[in-house]
Ligand binder design. Structure first.
Ligand code: PGA
Length: 266
């Protein structure tokens, strides 16, 4: 019998290249709706063309609805995130920014535990609960950790380990690979210079070991970002030589020309 010729396409054996994650944390640096709109438009145009970057814009809550309208149904290369979520679920919670609302407004990422929030008193326990709130709503938590300073004896490494484990304590172990960990040394945020590539690389290795030791191989694919004074002049080397999977950008994320140049570095 002659074998029938199959028309089914063989599954591709090519591995999809993993895109770098470029996250823009606008903080409260954009005040005018027109400015927010313009920024989104310019970033979206760049993100749509990038083959190497997945771009996340995290505007303030005030602009989330506008950002949703601007990105809904359009290129999936620009996705939305929020800069924080409430500890609470929907209900009588005056003034709270609730995760389920953010998710309905198209946010698929949520930064939690940023050092500017930790400086306002957020503990690892609070960060862990916030990460869980975001996760429950189908969002990817971007959990921020980082030392306030470095001591000569390396004690900061133990503190970071504690911060990582406590901040992730409410994420199911089996789902750990879906979270994003952002390493942001506090002294490098809002500073003049990013950390040296070699120092970032060492920390990325250390964080991966901490994750795998605690959560098993599932955690080997956690995406690790670096954040802290990244600008176009340092983005490329950090992205390609420091062993990280992306960047968390503050100031340069509200300057479309700078942010778009960083996207090009991915
Ligand atoms: P920066 O902020 O890039 O302005 O230093 C980074 C951050 O806070 O995530």
């Amino acid at each position: 019998m002659i074998a029938k010729k199959t028309t089914a396409k063989a599954p591709s054996t090519k591995r999809q290249p993993v895109k770098k994650l470029i996250v823009g944390n606008w903080k409260a640096n954009v005040e005018k709706p027109a400015e927010a709109n313009n920024l989104l438009k310019l970033i979206r145009a760049k993100a749509a063309k990038s083959k190497t970057a997945k771009v996340v814009a995290c505007p303030s809550w005030a602009f989330l609805g506008m950002a949703y309208a601007a990105t809904k149904g359009k290129s999936s290369s620009l996705v939305l995130g929020v800069q924080d979520v409430s500890l609470y679920e929907a209900g009588s919670r005056t003034g709270e920014n609730i995760a389920s609302v953010a998710a309905k407004l198209g946010a698929t990422y949520a930064i939690v535990g940023h050092s500017e929030r930790r400086a306002m008193g957020e503990t690892d326990e609070v960060v862990a609960r916030k990460a869980a709130r975001a996760f429950e709503q189908g969002m990817t938590p971007i959990v921020c950790v980082g030392e306030a300073d470095r001591d000569a004896h390396g004690l900061y490494l133990g503190l970071i380990k504690k911060q990582v484990l406590a901040s992730l304590s409410e994420i199911p172990k089996s789902k750990m690979s879906s979270i994003v960990l952002a390493y942001e040394p506090v002294y490098a945020i809002g500073a003049k210079k990013a950390l040296e590539v070699g120092d970032i690389e060492q920390m990325a290795l250390y964080l991966r070991k901490v994750l795998v030791d605690a959560f098993g191989n599932e955690a080997a694919s956690v995406r690790i970002l670096y954040g802290g004074s990244v600008f176009p002049d340092t983005a490329r080397s950090i992205l390609h030589e420091a062993g990280v999977d992306g960047l968390l950008i503050g100031r340069a994320s509200v300057d479309a020309a700078q942010f778009n140049t960083i996207i090009d570095c991915a």
